[in-house]
Design a protein around this ligand. Structure first.
Ligand code: GLN
Ligand code: ZN
Length: 752
């Protein structure tokens, strides 16, 4: 029986990699200095695996920027357009960050996580070769430590699948033979270096792959396995499709995720050939909760009975998605802290489970501690809130629907708001200047008093209102100066949320995020935004739009409790937002926006699971929104361009107005809305806020004209793609003046 993990966070316990990378990019650290930091981080991670008693140390999970990019580089597959952008690290960073000659490679989310990888680009002349010297060097370094070394590579089919076809390439699968030649060369070198097992990650096997992709696997692995170390084929995030067929592939073992997909175990135990290893991922690599040892052992015991020595114990996926070490948390509530396990603790859990199977007496104390912590969590008052529980029992079916249909509501809203045709608005945030951030930070540290802080923020709100009136916008916002982040701001005001000091997780490259932890029933003790919004409304005769973050986004960008279905947690958040919406309405706010930029990210990996998710997600949004009267207008905002495949759910959310990102896609997205006959008001973004460029009146007019061809003019709004918080005031002043001018030109044309 063996133990291992699939990979560790590479950022370091104090985000050493982030700081080293950023000073290297600024020219303050030379390459030797950067290499030294990398080597230290790797050694540190290996030593932790050795100290915990794991049977393998995992090598090759370290990446300078991203593990997909790193694998691509090791196979000589960086896009050819970067051939003249230096070599080695310089070229790698050119791909990741762009140069003055070449825009950066595209970035997108790694499956359903919040980690972003760089999207490989494949062209007809893409070629591959063994460029894995750095991996071999790392292996030799690790071998010095005297523990079996298990290198990891992203597998060839996942690498191809996650990439995009460029320059007229028709089918990237046609590159597989070339790619396999390069993989094979690397694997042979690993074998020659004395590596017994190699971990090859093929998470795409948990997707519903098209038949030609699935078929490609058998031949590919027959070719690779012929001259390679023993291959452990690794899957995670969901169950493998068609297990019986997979089990026959010519590899030496499999890894499966028994946290996300525990029910697949039985099929594996039946199908797995007599000499294959099965690595069971029972320690959750994606969340922060301490492993329930008894439940994990329950899963492992039948596997042990069937497999004996051929059972391996592992984390469900790479620990890249978990924070590094709980030891760094000094301020967390001690009761809650005892329920948590970060990367370091998860390594120890994997080792403990093996001991618990082989020699329980030797670890009786630690097992008992794990059991006690679990029992204590079950019984804890931190987890439940009687008011919330009562509230949940009282939710009625009608709570998820507005009193009247959109057609009835919008008439009342038009009377109430008296807005012109093509009404103009923004998505919520205005520039977060250095002064605003400094004031918030000083307030948090206790250096700025309550009243001074209040006055500083009010001055910012006043500035934003005056500017919006001067631009001539129709529906104003308060500007979100008081918010550090759209999730953190609300999380800090709600009960049931906790924040760590150092729980960083890599988002992409040197960027890390610190997601909040939802540990208990979510309850809103008091209004969160009313006084700011009311103050803004007091300064103007025009309507001010209240601004909230929706329940699914609140869920998606946090570590969520694993002791109840996510749908239940979403419902609790929805009820808290609903109360805020109603309080805003009672305070005289006539328009309220509930942002849901993350609703699409929550989609399950398998399409067959989409319906269930969309049902509870849409219901949570509806519950958050539906407490208001017909005349109160609900907006929602989403900022991505691909949702034609979930338009029916977006329509079912039944927001009176939806604002979306469309300017870059040249309004293409709206075709989907037209075909679907999306019934409510739409504000397609006409101002690309991701660019410092100021959009011109003509451009925005043209986009609006295009939009008006597919959406009736009386249902069209005029707004930017997203919030303006990353822009400077100068650009915003110019951009919004132009946007209002574009709307006015259109109005005139339509009045004729
Ligand atoms: N209201 C938020 C803002 O304007 C929305 C941000 C987002 O969509 N990600 O910043
Ligand atoms: Zn947005």
């Amino acid at each position: 029986m063996k133990t291992h993990i699939l990979g560790l966070p590479r950022i370091g316990p104090n985000r050493e990699l982030k700081f080293a990378l950023e000073s290297f990019w600024k020219g303050e650290l030379d390459e030797a200095g950067l290499q030294q930091v990398g080597a230290q981080l790797r050694r540190h991670n290996w030593q932790r695996q050795i100290d915990a008693g794991l049977d393998f140390i995992t090598v090759g999970d370290f990446a300078w920027y991203d593990h997909v990019l790193q694998t691509l580089a090791r196979l000589g597959g960086l896009p050819a357009r970067f051939a003249n952008e230096g070599s080695g690290l310089q070229q790698l960073f050119a791909c990741a960050r762009g140069t003055k000659n070449q825009f950066a490679m595209e970035m997108t989310k790694w499956f359903d996580t919040n980690y972003h990888y760089l999207v490989p680009e494949y062209a007809p002349d893409s070629d591959f070769s063994d460029c894995a010297d750095d991996l071999l060097a790392e292996i030799r370094e690790a071998q010095q430590l005297g523990r079996a070394v298990k290198p990891v590579l992203v597998g060839p089919l996942t690498l191809l699948y996650l990439g995009k076809e460029k320059q007229g390439l028709e089918n990237r699968l046609s590159l597989l033979p070339r790619l396999l030649t390069a993989y094979s060369a690397v694997l042979q070198r690993l074998q020659a270096a004395g590596v017994e097992w190699v971990q090859i990650d093929e998470p795409v096997l948990t997707l519903e792959l098209a038949p030609e992709w699935r078929a490609a696997f058998t031949g590919a692995y027959a070719q690779l396995a012929a001259h390679a170390p023993k291959i452990l084929l690794v899957t995670y995030f969901d169950a493998v499709e068609d297990i019986a067929a997979c089990a026959q592939w010519p590899v030496a073992g499999w890894h499966i995720d028994l946290v996300r997909a525990p029910s697949q175990l039985a099929a594996w135990l039946t199908a797995l050939p007599q000499d294959h290893v099965l690595s069971c991922g029972v320690v959750d690599g994606r969340n922060v909760w301490r492993c329930d040892a008894d439940r994990a052992l329950e899963k492992l015991r039948p596997a042990q009975a069937a497999l004996g020595e051929r059972l391996w114990i592992a984390s469900s996926c790479s620990l890249l998605h978990a924070p590094v070490d709980l030891a760094a948390e000094k301020k967390l509530n001690l009761e809650l802290r005892n329920w948590l396990a970060f990367g370091q603790q998860k390594i120890e859990e994997v080792a403990l489970l093996k001991q618990a199977l082989l020699d329980p007496a030797s670890v009786a104390d630690r097992l008992q501690q794990a059991r006690d912590s679990h029992a204590q969590r079950q019984a804890s008052g931190l987890r439940t809130n009687a008011i919330v529980q009562q509230r949940l029992r009282n939710v009625r079916k009608e709570d998820a629907a507005r009193a009247s249909s959109y057609a009835v509501r919008i008439e009342k809203q038009r009377v109430e708001l008296a807005l012109p045709l093509f009404p103009t608005t923004t998505i919520g945030s205005f520039p977060q200047t250095g002064a605003i951030r400094a004031a918030r930070a000083a307030y948090k540290r206790g250096q700025l008093g309550h009243l001074d802080y209040l006055q500083t923020m009010r001055a910012e709100i006043k500035l934003a209102i005056e500017k919006q009136e001067a631009y001539g916008l129709d529906l104003l916002v308060h500007g979100e100066a008081e918010r550090n982040d759209m999730v953190e701001y609300f999380g800090e005001l709600l009960w049931g949320y906790a924040f760590t000091e150092n729980g960083w997780v890599q988002s992409y490259g040197s960027r890390c995020v610190k997601p909040p932890i939802i540990y208990g029933d979510v309850y809103r003790p008091e209004a969160m935004t009313v006084s700011w919004t009311q103050y803004a409304q007091s300064l103007t005769a025009k309507p001010v739009k209240g601004m909230l973050t929706g329940p699914i986004t609140m869920l998606q960008w946090a570590f969520v409790r694993d002791d109840q279905p996510r749908a239940d947690t979403a419902l609790q958040i929805a009820l808290a937002i609903r109360d805020e919406v109603c309080d805003l309405e009672a305070a005289g706010i006539r328009v309220i926006q509930i942002d849901e930029p993350a609703i699409r990210e929550g989609l399950p990996l398998k399409r067959s699971d989409w319906t269930h998710y969309l049902q509870w997600a849409v219901r949570a949004f509806q519950i958050s929104a539906a407490g208001v009267s017909d005349a109160t207008q609900i907006h929602t905002h989403m900022c991505y361009a691909e949702f034609n495949d979930i338009l029916d759910s977006i329509a079912a959310m039944d927001a009176d107005v939806i604002t979306i990102e469309t300017s870059r896609s040249d309004m293409e997205l709206l075709r989907g809305f037209q075909q679907f006959e999306y019934p409510n008001d739409i504000g397609p973004g006409v101002y690309d806020i991701h660019s410092p460029r100021v959009p011109q009146v003509r451009e925005m007019e043209r986009l609006l004209e295009k939009a008006a061809q597919v959406i009736p003019a009386e249902r069209l709004w005029v707004n930017p793609d997203c919030g303006l918080k990353t822009r400077g005031w100068e650009e915003v002043d110019a951009g919004l003046v132009n946007m209002v001018a574009a709307a006015k030109n259109l109005r005139q044309r339509y009045a004729e």
